[in-house]
Structures are given as structure tokens and as C-alpha cells.
Design a protein around this ligand. Structure first.
Ligand code: PAF
Length: 281
């Protein structure tokens, strides 16, 4: 498998393919690859002539230095995982200085309020950092399609906004959340959990399912109170937020309205690790 560390080398590799109008699928990641990433790569392989996977732990999207330092990194293992999947994928793994000149800084965007709730509210600057690096990757690779997992559902809407604002010619492909047998959403952060913590973390999905089961018959405020109580009673977790929102605007729903689609979102800490998950209701 070819690995590129320099932007110019990746561009030189892609130039003849783009000239021949070959399709390029991009899977942006921060590494510590798991089955969720592999599902994105498989879809990208099905739909494109060439696939690029980027592995870059983007400093501007971390509002917490400790979180950035502790983010799992294992490029060697990631390269082996990709190579075992297909030889049609190339890996782009740049240093920070390749992606940012001088001190890494985010650009500014108008996310039209999508950044004011949930991850945006609890992780200030996070989405500016995400949009900045994804814009840089889109400009560099000029992919036909780019693949993102719905575990980071809010991130997908933010990237859609950025793409519209910057008028970038790329098709975004949202992909379903991949779960472990227990229901726990796959995440690179799960690597930081103990074996016991890993098992206990399945609680998040169980509560989301319970919320979904109640959605048809109970008012939103009652479901919210129920979920918050479940977390209060479980001393392994600290709940950051549980919200039921309109899945297009991400505005918190007070009452159910016909013709609107809703989604429940959770962020909670277990063993000091912050996990997020969501479920369409
Ligand atoms: O979802 C992620 O892993 C990251 O936010 C992304 C999209 C690769 C940008 O750094």
C-alpha cells in the first residue's frame, strides 16, 4: 500500500487519475481504526475508482489538551488494517506542519446555529477545527465523494454547511453507526476503556433504545426526565447531555410535530472517557 506524508506527493499521485475523470472516495479519520472506519472504506471502495484514507489527529478540533494527548495513535497498525482490506486504498498521514502553517488555527464559518448545541456547546471551537481540516482535505484531494459515520451526526451536518458555504464539489455520504454486539457504538475512544468499562458502556445504547421505545407514547419532557434519572442512578456514568432534537435543525424538540424527524443524542463520561451516541426515533 502506498503511504503519503506530503501533500505534494499525494497530489502528484492523484493528478493523472483526476485527469482521466476517475472517481476518488475520501475517508477522513483520526486513526485508531476500527470496524466503523472499515465500513466507510468498504463503501468508498464499492463506489469509487480510487480511495484515499487520511489519518491525522487534528489539533484544532480538541478544546482540551489532555484529550488531544490521550487520543489513541497507532499508525503502523492502521496501515496494516488498511492494507489487509484492499490494495486500491492509499493512506495519507501528514505531520501537523504539512496541514497547518505555523501555529494551527481554525478558519471561520457560518454554521447557521448548528454549532450552538450539543458537541458545539460542550466543546467550544470543536466544529471550527473539524470544518477547517475537512476543508483542507477536500481542497487537497478534490474527492468525488467523502464518507462519514453517523455516530458523529452533528459533524455531518456541520460539514454539509461548510461544503455549501465554500461551494465545494463533493458528495457527502453519511454511513450508519457500526455497533459492537453489546450495542456500544464503535469509537476510537473505546480503546481507552478497561474491559469492565467497555462492557458497562453498552448502557448508553440501552437507554437510547428505551427512549426510542417510549417516543411514540410519551411526551418528550417525560422521556428526558426518565433518561436523566437512569444516568443519575448509574454511578459509573456522568451524563453531559441527553437531548431529543429535530434531526435537520438540531433544535431541541419540546413537542412532537408531524412531518418532522427526530433523533436522540447522548454524551456521557465513563472512566474519564467521553462517549457520544445517537439514535433516530
Ligand atoms: O470524525 C473524525 O474522525 C474527525 O472529526 C475528522 C472528520 C477526521 C476530522 O478530523
Amino acid at each position: 500500500m502506498q503511504i503519503f506524508n506530503k501533500r505534494l506527493d499525494l497530489q502528484a499521485f492523484l493528478a493523472p487519475l483526476l485527469k482521466e475523470n476517475k472517481t476518488v472516495g475520501l475517508v477522513p479519520t483520526m486513526g485508531a481504526l476500527h470496524q466503523g472506519h472499515l465500513s466507510l472504506m468498504k463503501k468508498a471502495l464499492e463506489e469509487n475508482d480510487q480511495v484515499v484514507v487520511s489519518v491525522f489527529v487534528n489539533p484544532t478540533q480538541f478544546n482540551n489538551t489532555e484529550d488531544l494527548e490521550k487520543y489513541p495513535r497507532n499508525l503502523q497498525k492502521d496501515a496494516e488494517t488498511i492494507a489487509s482490506l484492499s490494495d486500491k486504498i492509499v493512506l495519507f498521514a501528514p505531520e501537523i506542519s504539512e496541514m497547518y502553517q505555523g501555529t494551527p488555527r481554525s478558519g471561520s464559518y457560518d454554521f447557521q446555529g448548528l454549532d450552538k448545541v450539543m458537541e458545539g456547546a460542550f466543546r467550544p471551537g470543536h466544529f471550527e477545527g473539524v470544518a477547517t481540516i475537512v476543508e483542507k482535505l477536500f481542497t487537497l484531494v478534490t474527492p468525488t465523494r467523502a464518507y462519514f459515520g453517523e455516530k458523529d451526526y452533528q459533524q455531518i451536518l456541520i460539514i454539509k454547511r461548510m461544503v455549501a458555504e465554500r461551494k465545494l464539489p463533493v458528495l457527502l455520504v453519511p454511513c450508519p453507526i457500526i455497533r459492537e454486539e453489546s450495542g456500544l457504538a464503535m469509537s476510537s475512544r473505546n480503546e481507552r476503556l478497561s474491559v469492565e468499562g467497555h462492557q458497562k458502556a453498552a448502557f448508553i445504547y440501552k437507554v437510547l433504545q428505551e427512549a426510542k421505545a417510549r417516543f411514540a407514547s410519551q411526551p418528550i419532557a417525560q422521556i428526558k426526565a426518565f433518561v436523566e434519572e437512569q444516568f443519575t442512578q448509574n454511578s459509573d456514568f456522568q451524563l453531559e447531555y441527553f437531548l431529543i432534537v429535530d434531526e435537520n435543525t438540531l433544535q431541541e424538540a419540546q413537542q412532537k410535530e408531524a412531518h418532522k424527524a427526530y433523533r436522540a443524542f447522548v454524551a456521557a463520561y465513563i472512566e474519564g472517557v467521553r462517549l457520544i451516541d445517537n439514535l433516530a426515533l
